[in-house]
Write a new protein. Structure first.
Length: 520
């Protein structure tokens, strides 16, 4: 890809800025900022956008950003006074305003033995994709490469379970050590957005594995992990580290995808990207945001009727409207959502994730055993399913198995740190603490939930009940007053009417609420 503007050209393949036939010297950051501004020329790029893309989110002063922008302007014959190509929008950011012509090179040179898998810029694709480069062995002797090779293979196998992620890997096994290619070039040649690379070392009966997840377009490190352990049982260690790495990579990619999508114009979004924007709204955990999220999910399936995840997400939004925000009854939410879940399953019977929504539906309808069994079936196929783990944990809590439930819920939280159901699952951990008589722990957990999600109603009920049990009546009454203002329909559904699915909690919860001053 090359960009042509004024009498300049920006060659991304060679990382070269030219004016006519002459090369213009640029620092790496000046080149990267210019490329970023041109790529995103249809919108104003904020300081935060630039810091996230160029400095990987590290703290950078306003003056440092301004200095780099001035460096970009100088390189392309512009200035802060003229603003002929880069315009400053006070308190908003910067935008490239020059006319740009794009040229794609359909004869991309292969890097080493990499096949030309894709001719498109990886940042222009819809679904996320990753290439796993063989981990470099830092141990002496070729006979010790089995650790790095085995770990690379294990990570590839586990990442392949993530159906929303396109994984590439084995054909790049020549890229190693001193011959390692630039990640941007690898991303271009493989047509992927992310690169996973790292190293493995063994010495004195111990191993160390270091991993780096990199955005191929910006070269920014999305995530870095280091794992150490004994070589006494290498297969168990490999399984443990592989699970930890994949459990960290999946949410890191989802978080990066949502940030990327928010920087694009709505008309440029594909089905997966529209779905991710919906998830971003849903994660705000507010009734209006949940409804807005549903509109995005419906747009995604309008764009691609075969997009199973979009159908499943519509169902989830209806269940959230019912079970969390009490905008309709549980029966209505499940009835509206079930056809969408069934559509998702019919579209891709091999994808177990929609079955996690069936498990949620069983939970909401009060079938704890059915919910647990359905979740277990999903986890037997994909043990990284955060949705199934969340339902499993909730079913265990409401079945009186608090410790087992917390274990499942904590694994869910690790796998899905940005999931819209996070405040629900955290509140269910608090519920399990309360049901075991740990009122102080329940109060602490619920306060943390409320601090992060101030409009989410579930935690307020458990906090008020916990404070009532602790004899802190005045505080409890304030909490009750607040939740009645925020979500009166939630109190009506869960305190007055008492839905079926979490019936185990009502007698203990009501005992605390009565001590808090609640009068039915």
């Amino acid at each position: 890809m090359s960009y042509w503007f004024a009498d300049y050209s920006l060659d991304l393949e060679r990382r070269e800025l030219r004016r006519g036939t002459k090369s213009v010297a640029t620092t790496p950051q000046v080149f990267d900022i210019l490329e970023y501004l041109i790529r995103n020329r249809r919108r104003v790029c904020s300081k935060d956008d630039l810091i996230a893309a160029i400095w990987n989110g590290r703290f950078v002063s306003d003056s440092a950003v301004t200095t780099r922008i001035n460096g970009v302007r100088k390189a392309i014959g512009d200035s802060g006074e003229e603003q002929r190509l880069i315009r400053t929008f006070p308190k908003k950011g910067f935008r490239f305003i020059g006319d740009v012509r794009e040229e794609r090179d359909d004869k991309l040179p292969a890097i080493g033995n990499i096949s030309k898998h894709s001719k498109t810029d990886p940042t222009d694709t819809d679904w996320p994709s990753i290439v796993v480069l063989p981990f470099t062995s830092l141990s002496d002797g070729s006979h010790r490469q089995w650790l790095s090779e085995g770990f690379t293979e294990a990570v590839l196998v586990e990442l392949a379970k993530l159906r929303w992620l396109r994984v590439s890997g084995r054909q790049t096994n020549f890229i190693n050590g001193e011959n390692a290619a630039d990640v941007w070039q690898v991303g271009r040649a493989q047509g992927v957005r992310y690169v996973l690379e790292g190293s493995a070392r063994q010495a004195d009966g111990r191993f160390r594995i270091v991993c780096r997840l990199i955005d191929a377009a910006t070269r920014a490190h999305i995530w870095v992990g280091r794992y150490d352990g004994p070589l006494t049982n290498i297969f168990a260690a490999q399984d443990e580290v592989t699970e930890a790495v994949v459990s960290a990579i999946a949410p890191a990619i989802v978080k990066a995808e949502r940030k990327r999508v928010l920087r694009k114009l709505p008309e440029d979004l594909g089905a997966w990207e529209i779905y991710q924007r919906g998830m971003w709204h849903m994660s705000k955990c507010e009734p209006a945001e949940n409804e807005l999220a549903r509109s995005y999910f419906l747009r995604a399936i309008d764009l691609d009727p075969n997009f199973a995840a979009g159908h499943s997400a519509v169902a989830w939004s209806y269940m959230m409207s019912a079970s969390i925000f009490s905008q309709m009854s549980i029966e209505q939410g499940c009835a509206l959502g079930e056809p969408f879940v069934r559509n998702a399953i019919a579209l891709d019977e091999s994808d177990v994730e929609p079955r996690a929504r069936l498990a949620l539906m069983a939970l909401l309808r009060g079938d704890l055993e059915g919910a647990f069994e359905e979740a277990e079936q999903v986890l037997a196929v994909n043990n990284y399913s955060a949705n199934a783990l969340g339902v499993k944990g909730a079913a265990l809590v409401y079945s009186g198995r608090g410790q087992d439930g917390r274990q499942a819920l904590r694994r869910y939280l690790m796998l899905s740190p940005s999931d819209p159901a996070r405040p629900i699952r955290l509140s269910q951990i608090a519920a399990s603490q309360y049901l075991e008589g740990n009122y102080q722990g329940a109060a602490l957990t619920t306060r943390q939930v409320i601090q992060q999600y101030p409009k989410h109603p579930i935690a307020y009920r458990w906090l008020a009940a916990s404070l009532g049990q602790l004899g802190r009546t005045a505080e409890a009454e304030e909490v009750l007053d607040r939740v009645l203002k925020i979500a009166p329909s939630s109190i009506d559904m869960y305190v007055r009417q008492r839905t079926q699915y979490c019936s185990i909690e009502y007698a203990p919860m009501l005992a605390g609420l009565r001590k808090a001053g609640w009068k039915e």
